[in-house]
Design a protein around this ligand. Structure first.
Ligand code: 6A9
Length: 803
């Protein structure tokens, strides 16, 4: 009952927002309800608050059946192909909590982490608790031995960062280990004083006859303490191993190799609790187990109890389900339960990918003249310049963002984030806009935002050095503007002011939020137009309406990483006179969005000026990039005879003005694009739209990253546009509807099939077989499948065949 009451308080704090708020109120509320979270998505389970020096917690475990494999079996950071039969959040929302299941085939155990928050109590994000449960997998030995370690580290350097085990000093010194619950106390400037309780929990403790059992009985809990500088503190696994070694070496010496204690005894920490900024709390179990970790700060009136935890988890799941089914109920032909379950999991993993990152980063701000890329053969010169420059360490920054993939890319990527936020915006406007704000706070004076946010040592440890450096002349598609456009469109709905579930979803608050953001958006737009300008003057044609024409900087003969479509074929060789149709389309999209925002906040002169640029871009897209013969949009380049020509490789690039929404539904060119999209010899496959035409000379060649595979983010944009055309009376309506119906069915079936057979969402899908490929557990933009399922089924003629 108490738990339910608290939950109602929590819900009501969310829904009693006034119709208009100060941004300060918004920020305070956001800080409070989003303060704690599973914000270390690089870990199987990791918790931290949204504050730079905040406590960092994480879970490690391993089966302990032999002496050799333990060091390889210890789980901590998410890794690909490590013997996991799938893992991730089944339900999750950073505001309330959720449940994650980790199917650890290698360790023969399923681990669930049920996390709940109570933000109604106290100022610093309230209290939270997590229940950690282990269930041996089918086929596991009945007496499976597992060791579980909860790690708590405080990087706070204020002198208050020390963590200490609470209790009678005499009992704490007992080398046999601790009995009952273990309580760790700490204090830091943000959290004040706090306590973390690791409960004794339930589960059988292994017994054995080796004499070591007497000295360290396994029904105890072992705590090891140490102190490290911030540079090392994040290296939890190596630190744990060094602590284990302190326990292991004397055992080898004492018992000799022939009479060692059994592995589950052998790999236990020396119980030596003390004061330090790193605490490991270890337990050993036989078979199934569970225990809780409960956080409470001194100002919260009480910590969650075990009974409350159980009720709260159920409440969290129920309210998640209810909200989800209102917002994202899959539509026919995806009415089966399995689609709903997959959808919930995909979306939960998208939210579960949200992390708080903080740290320094690496850039090359030499602004070397070569980076202007003005000469023929510029890519050799820029490579030379890059090799001469000593990259600079930039001041630490913070970023609140979701990520493409927990095991492989656990960090922020600029253009990925716009796609991530599309479903998030439907779910929680305030959360999505908080993330947008966090990204724009990274902008520099010129208007640049680094494409890949590799903040701090822990993030850098996952990236080879040559990929760490960010260049201030490299752009990346400005997809966050898509979120703002959708936001503006939502605000235009007549009943928006009645919606009390969000602070920013009413016109007055929106004015404030957007007015604050606007100068940064404009700065980014102007930076884009300036730095990615094309040399359109050299195109000797009188026909062009304006000087609008753009070129991505940072090309090499094989790649154009800033575009996001890495190895998609472009002009060969690269040329300073190239014009890229996708670059111009993105700038058109920015102009459209910015014009809407300027209008909304009353910046009339800007709205007019930007509106003109938008018009000019739309005109020039046709004049410069439309190829009537090919029936698609193409890049342009000046070849060696100084003649301008189109470089046409049919694929995603050819559709860009359509994809970003710059074409009117009745545009006759759409009919031609539809023909290419739906032709099996070009872009159509049974599994989705291919990145490159099957008839292109580069199809499936070389790295084959964006040269045939199916990408869900691009397919989602295509599907959205098809739906719009299908719902607008006109010459393209009928055909768009047919293509929409089949494409939606193909895409969802593809993702679902791979999900069923592998337990994962994938980075891309094979256009010949539909199989998921490249990065496993890619729950970034592949989660757009949630929205695809919830899109309307337009095939209303006759009975529907359910899949
Ligand atoms: C390389 C290797 C452990 C590539 O999803 C993120 C990006 C997209 O933005 C982009 O469009 N992915 C796409 O073409 C993944 C990029 C990963 C680069 C990191 C370092 C790490 O080794």
């Amino acid at each position: 009952m108490a738990a339910l009451l608290r939950f109602l308080v929590l819900v009501s704090t969310v829904i009693t927002f006034a119709t208009c708020v100060d941004l300060e109120d918004y920020e305070r509320a956001t800080n409070q309800s989003l303060f704690w979270g599973a914000y270390r998505p690089n870990l199987y389970f990791g918790i931290r608050p949204r504050t730079p020096d905040g406590l960092q917690m994480g879970l490690l475990w391993s089966k302990v059946e032999d002496y050799e494999s333990v060091q390889h079996n210890f789980r901590y950071t998410c890794e690909q192909h490590a013997g996991m039969a799938g893992y991730g959040w089944d339900r999750y929302d950073p505001r309330t909590g959720g449940i994650q299941t980790i199917h650890d085939a290698g360790n023969e155990i399923d681990i669930t982490t049920s996390f709940v928050k109570d933000t109604s109590d106290g100022e610093n994000g309230g209290t939270w608790a997590v229940r950690i449960k282990g269930t041996p997998r089918p086929g596991a030995p009945e007496d499976l031995k597992s060791t579980v370690v909860f790690s708590i580290a405080s990087p706070s350097t204020s002198g208050l960062g020390g963590l200490e085990v609470d209790g009678d000093p005499k009992l704490l010194q007992d080398t046999k280990g601790l009995e009952g619950d273990v309580v760790i106390k700490g204090e830091d400037p943000t959290l004040g004083q706090y306590k973390i309780t690791v409960t004794e929990g339930k589960g059988k403790r292994p017994m054995h006859t080796h004499p070591s059992a007497e000295e360290k009985p396994l029904d105890r809990t072992f705590v090891a303490t140490s102190t490290f500088g911030a540079e090392q503190l994040w290296q939890t696994r190596p630190i744990l191993f060094s602590q284990l070694k302190l326990a292991i070496d004397p055992q080898i010496e004492r018992w000799g190799n022939d009479n060692l204690p059994p592995p589950f005894q052998f790999f236990t920490l020396n119980n030596k609790p003390g004061v330090g900024n790193q605490q490991f709390v270890q337990k050993v179990f036989e078979g199934a187990f569970e225990f809780d970790v409960v956080f409470s700060s001194a100002e919260s009136s009480k910590a969650l109890t075990v009974e409350e935890l159980t009720t709260d988890i159920n409440t969290v799941v129920k309210s998640f389900d209810k909200k989800f089914e209102q917002l994202f109920q899959p539509q026919a032909p995806f009415k089966g339960d399995k689609y709903l379950e997959m959808s919930k999991a995909l979306f939960s993993n998208l939210l579960g990918g949200i992390g708080y990152f903080h740290g320094d980063w690496v850039s090359d701000r030499s602004y070397a003249p070569e980076y202007e890329e003005e000469n023929e053969g510029f890519w050799d010169e820029t490579a030379d310049a890059r090799s001469r420059v000593v990259p600079k360490r930039e001041e630490p920054v913070e970023l609140f963002t979701s990520i493409p993939s927990r095991p492989f890319f656990p960090r922020g990527f600029l253009w990925d984030e716009g796609f991530h936020l599309m479903p998030v915006l439907d779910w929680d406007v305030d959360l999505a806009l908080n993330i947008v704000q966090s990204w724009f706070k990274l902008i520099d004076e010129d208007g640049w935002i680094a494409r890949e946010q590799i903040l701090g040592e822990e993030a850098r440890s996952k990236v080879p050095q040559e990929f760490q450096v960010q260049y201030p002349h490299y752009a990346n598609p400005p997809t966050l503007f898509l979120i703002l456009t959708t936001y503006i469109d939502k605000l235009a709905l007549s009943d928006v002011n009645k919606d009390k579930t969000s602070l920013l979803l009413n016109k007055e608050s929106a004015q404030k939020y957007l007015s604050e953001l606007y100068p940064l958006l404009k700065r980014h737009y102007e930076w884009f137009r300036r730095t990615q300008q094309g040399e359109i003057e050299t195109y000797d044609r009188e026909a062009f309406s304006s000087k609008e024409g753009y070129r991505w900087r940072g090309r090499t003969p094989t790649h154009c990483l800033p575009s996001g479509l890495d190895d998609y074929p472009r002009a060969q060789p690269p040329h300073p006179g190239e014009l890229h149709v996708d670059a111009m389309s993105w700038i058109g999209l920015m102009a459209q969005s910015l014009r809407k925002i300027a209008t909304f906040i009353g910046e009339k002169d800007d709205a007019k000026k930007i509106g003109k640029q938008e018009e000019a871009i739309i005109k020039n897209l046709d004049e410069l990039h439309w190829d009537e013969r090919a029936g698609v949009y193409c890049d342009a380049t000046i070849d060696q005879y100084e003649e301008d020509v189109h470089v046409c490789h049919k694929g995603y690039i050819s559709l860009f003005p359509f994809m970003v929404g710059l074409m009117k539904p009745e545009d006759p060119k759409i009919a031609k694009l539809l023909a290419v999209i739906s032709d099996p010899n070009e872009l159509w496959s049974d599994y989705g739209i291919r990145s490159l035409s099957k008839s292109d000379e580069h199809y499936g060649s070389a790295e084959n990253y964006w040269r045939s595979p199916i990408w869900i983010n691009m397919n989602y944009l295509i599907l959205q546009r098809l739906l719009e055309v299908a719902q607008t009376k006109g010459p393209n309506q009928a055909r768009a509807k047919e293509v929409y119906i089949s494409l939606r069915k193909n895409l969802v079936s593809t993702v679902s099939k791979a999900w069923d057979s592998t337990g994962f969402a994938w980075e891309q899908y094979n256009p010949e077989t539909g199989e998921g490929q490249r990065t496993q557990h890619f729950t970034g933009w592949t989660s757009l499948t949630v929205k695809m399922m919830a899109m309307p089924d337009l095939s209303n003629d006759g009975p529907k065949d359910e899949l």
